[in-house]
Design a protein around this ligand. Structure first.
Ligand code: AMP
Length: 451
C-alpha cells in the first residue's frame, strides 16, 4: 500500500546538545505526526540515531537524548495512515555512501518516487525502506558529479511533488523546499545556531527567532562557511503552497507564509458568516480545529460563542485510525457534548472541513440528542472533492463525500438542518493571492500524478 506522509521536521546547526533542541522542536510539531519520531545527530564524523513508534514523549528518554551527541541534529515526526510498519520507514533515514554519511528528514510526498525506484531497482539498487524518501539518497549517491552540492542538485531535479527536506552531513545541514513549495519550512536563529522547522511554533518553544520562510525551490546550507542561500537549483519555480495547511493542518499559533494561522482561520469564519448567515442562538466550534473559525463566525454574526462540545485531549486525531469502524467510535471518544449549553438552542456548529462526513454526522447526532433544537453546520473551507497527492492525508476520491454527493445530499446524510461551506472565492479572497494549490477543492493538480 502507498505510504502517505505528512510530517514535521526540524534541524539545528551549531548548538551544544543540539538533540535536546530537536527533541523540543519535535514536541512543538507533534500535531504534524504522531505515529513515530526520530532524531539523528553528529559529532566528530560519527552519527548517532534514536527512533521509535509513538509520540515524541514515548520515543525519547533522558538517556536516549543524551546519547545523541553533537552540535548538529535533525528530527522527524511521522504521520502515516498506511504502509508497512517496519522501523526502516521511520525518519530521519540514515545511510553511508562514497562521500561519507547522510541523514534525511522529509515532509511531503514525492509523486514520481515509484517510477524512480523501479528504475533504480532494475539497475541493481537495494532499498531498505518503502518510503519515497529513500530514493533521494540513492539519487545523490548515484550522481556522477564531483561535489556533494552538484549531486544534490542532480537528485532534486529528478523529483516531482512535495518535498520539504532537511539533510544532514558530518559538518552541515541543508534545508530545501521543492519548486512548488507545497509544504512549509522556516528558518530561525538561536544565538549562533541556525535552526529549521516545519512551523514557527517550534521556534517559540526553543526561544529561537524567526528569520524567514525557505522560498519555493530554495536550498539553504548552514555549514563551516556560514549560511548560504541558493535560488538557482531548479529550472522553473511554480509556487503552489498548500492551502490546507492554513485551513487545518498547521498549528494556529504558527506564522506561515507571512500570515498568522489563527487570524487567518478567524477571517475564514468571518467570511463564512458573511456568505452564509442563519438565525441561531449560539455558535459552537468542533474543537480544536474549528475554534478560530467559530470565533470569527460569532464575532461577525453577533451570535454568542460557546463550547457545546468538550474535547478529550488525551485521544489522538480521529483521522489517524485506519478503519472506518474505529473512526466512528473515535469521534465519541474525542468529543462529548456539554448538555447545559445546548438544551433547547438553535446551534451553529463550525468545523474546518468535511472529508468523509463521518465527524459531521456524528456531531449533529450528538448535538441533537443532547437537546439542541436546530443544528446548522458551517464549514470554513470549500467541499473537499479531490484527494491530495502532495502529502496531506486525504482518502481516495471514492471516500470523499463531496466528490460524489451534492451539498443537499450531504446535508441529509449528516441530518443537519442546514449546511453551508465557505466558497472557493471566499477562501481565495482570505488567503490573498493565487500562489496556492487548491487541488483538493477544485481538482487542478499543479504536478501530474505519476501512476
Ligand atoms: P471526516 O469525518 O472524514 O469528514 O473528517 C473531518 C474532520 O477531520 C474534521 O473535523 C477535520 O478537522 C479533520 N480533518 C480534516 N482533514 C484532516 C486530515 N488531513 N487529517 C486529519 N484530520 C483531518
Amino acid at each position: 500500500m502507498k505510504l502517505k506522509e505528512h510530517c514535521g521536521i526540524v534541524g539545528i546547526y551549531n548548538k551544544q546538545e543540539a538533540a535536546n533542541y530537536a527533541y523540543l522542536g519535535l514536541h512543538a510539531l507533534q500535531h504534524r505526526g504522531q505515529e513515530a519520531a526520530g532524531i539523528v545527530s553528529t559529532e566528530n564524523n560519527q552519527f548517532f540515531e534514536h527512533k521509535g513508534y509513538g509520540l515524541v514523549n514515548d520515543v525519547f528518554t533522558e538517556n536516549s537524548i543524551s546519547s545523541l551527541r553533537g552540535k548538529i541534529a535533525i528530527g522527524h515526526n511521522r504521520y502515516s495512515t498506511f504502509g508497512d510498519d517496519s522501523i526502516a520507514n521511520i525518519q530521519p533515514l540514515f545511510a553511508h555512501f562514497d562521500m561519507g554519511q547522510i541523514a534525511i528528514a522529509h515532509n511531503g510526498n514525492i509523486i514520481n518516487a515509484q517510477s524512480i525506484k523501479k528504475k533504480l531497482v532494475d539497475e541493481g539498487a537495494i532499498f531498505n525502506s518503502n518510503s519515497d524518501t529513500e530514493v533521494i539518497i540513492h539519487l545523490i549517491a548515484k550522481s556522477q558529479k564531483e561535489t556533494f552540492f552538484e549531486r544534490l542538485k542532480d537528485a532534486l531535479n529528478v523529483l516531482k511533488g512535495a518535498f520539504s527536506l532537511i539533510i544532514m552531513r558530518e559538518n552541515e545541514i541543508y534545508a530545501i523546499r521543492d519548486p512548488w513549495g507545497f509544504r512549509p519550512l522556516s528558518m530561525g536563529k538561536l544565538d549562533d545556531a541556525t535552526v529549521f522547522a516545519s512551523e514557527t511554533c517550534a521556534f517559540d518553544l526553543i526561544g529561537a527567532e524567526f528569520m524567514k520562510d525557505i522560498a519555493p525551490g530554495e536550498v539553504v546550507v548552514a555549514g563551516n562557511d556560514g549560511v548560504k542561500h541558493f535560488n538557482d537549483i531548479f529550472d522553473k519555480i511554480d509556487e503552489k503552497k498548500c492551502v490546507f495547511e492554513y485551513i487545518y493542518f498547521a498549528r494556529p499559533d504558527s506564522y506561515l507564509w507571512g500570515k498568522s494561522i489563527y487570524s487567518l482561520r478567524k477571517k475564514l469564519g468571518e467570511t463564512l458568516a458573511e456568505e452564509s448567515p442563519v438565525d441561531a442562538d449560539i455558535v459552537i466550534p468542533t474543537p480544536d480545529s474549528g475554534v478560530p473559525a467559530a470565533l470569527g463566525y460569532s464575532q461577525k454574526s453577533g451570535i454568542p460563542f460557546d463550547f457545546g462540545l468538550i474535547r478529550n485531549h488525551y485521544v489522538g486525531r480521529t483521522f489517524i485510525e485506519p478503519a472506518q469502524s474505529i473512526r466512528h467510535f473515535g469521534v465519541r471518544l474525542k468529543l462529548n457534548p456539554a448538555r447545559d449549553v445546548l438544551k433547547g438552542k438553535r446551534v451553529i456548529v463550525v468545523d474546518d472541513s468535511i472529508v468523509r462526513g463521518t465527524t459531521s454526522k456524528r456531531i449533529v447526532k450528538m448535538l441533537k440528542s443532547s437537546g439542541a433544537k436546530e443544528v446548522h453546520l458551517r464549514i470554513s473551507s470549500p467541499p473537499v472533492i479531490s484527494p491530495c497527492f502532495y502529502g496531506i492525508d486525504t482518502p481516495t476520491k471514492r471516500e470523499l463525500i463531496a466528490s460524489s454527493h451534492a451539498k443537499e445530499e450531504i446535508k441529509k446524510y449528516t441530518t443537519a438542518d442546514s449546511l453551508e461551506y465557505l466558497s472557493l472565492k471566499g477562501l481565495q479572497k482570505v488567503v490573498g493571492n493565487s500562489h496556492y494549490c487548491f487541488a483538493c477543492f477544485n481538482g487542478n493538480y499543479p504536478v501530474e500524478f505519476d501512476k
